[in-house]
Design a binder for this molecule. Structure first.
Ligand SMILES: [Zn+2]
Length: 241
């Protein structure tokens, strides 16, 4: 996981007590964790430095290295006793997702946004819809402006939050209009290893499908604005305000 609010600074060998690691290896893993933390701090500092100067040439390489560090931290975090077994569990408010539909469908062009959130008791809880400027937008596709999306992710990490989902809309209507395209899956493969986020796709008629590339996950939606219509598939209840 890219953020790990259970372990500020070093993880500590106590965190591994009930894990699968033989005690002889604990110090080695602790050292790896310390090194990854230091590398993340250094890379975030460099990213800030370049963003502050509007110098974007180094940013893709820095983000790639941050993603590698995040992947390493994610592997370690899964070895903790509190690691989620059998996949990630996401919890969203139906009122937030009603707003997501509005954001994604406000024009004829494809809409897109992030859902940020926090982790509590092995559940990832969506707390905020975050929009960003588009670098490209049409009825058939959209992309966020790189500097803005990276800045949002860095701010989330630094404030103890994480990216939980990338949601966008498709132009068609009906429950079959929101299957992920090959481009959607390619984008998901870029973001999923570093951030552990899932994808969501709205049809224009209010069906919302959650998907991932490799990640096992389950989604729970609290509230009455949406109802389930299939596995990871929900529909906006238009009678709710
Ligand atoms: Zn799509």
């Amino acid at each position: 996981m890219i953020t790990d609010h259970h372990s500020s600074g070093t993880m500590g060998s106590d965190g591994y007590k009930a894990s699968a690691f033989p005690p002889a290896h604990l110090r080695r893993f602790e050292a790896v964790h310390v090194r990854l933390d230091a590398e993340r701090t250094r890379l975030l500092g460099r990213l800030d430095w370049h963003l502050a100067r509007g110098d974007h040439a180094e940013i893709p390489a820095l983000v790639h290295r941050l993603s590698c560090v995040a992947f390493g931290r994610r592997l370690l975090s899964h070895l903790r006793p509190s690691a989620i077994k059998g996949g990630e569990r996401y919890l969203f408010s139906s009122a937030m997702l009603r707003d997501s539909f509005t954001v994604c469908n406000e024009t004829r062009d494809e809409g897109m946004h992030f859902i940020l959130g926090i982790e509590s008791d092995a559940t990832l809880i969506g707390t905020e819809i975050v929009t960003f400027p588009y670098s490209h937008r049409s009825p058939g596709g959209a992309a966020g402006e790189h500097g803005a999306t990276h800045r949002i992710c860095v701010d989330a990490i630094e404030s103890g939050h994480r990216l939980l989902a990338i949601v966008h809309s498709h132009p068609g209507s009906g429950p079959e209009a929101n299957h992920p395209s090959s481009i959607d899956l390619r984008t998901q493969r870029l973001w999923e290893p570093g951030f552990g986020c899932i994808g969501g796709i709205w049809s224009r008629s209010g069906e919302l499908r959650w998907f991932s590339a490799e990640l096992e996950f389950e989604v729970e939606i609290k509230g009455t604005h949406l109802g389930p219509i299939g596995p990871n598939h929900w529909r906006l209840n238009t009678t709710c305000g």
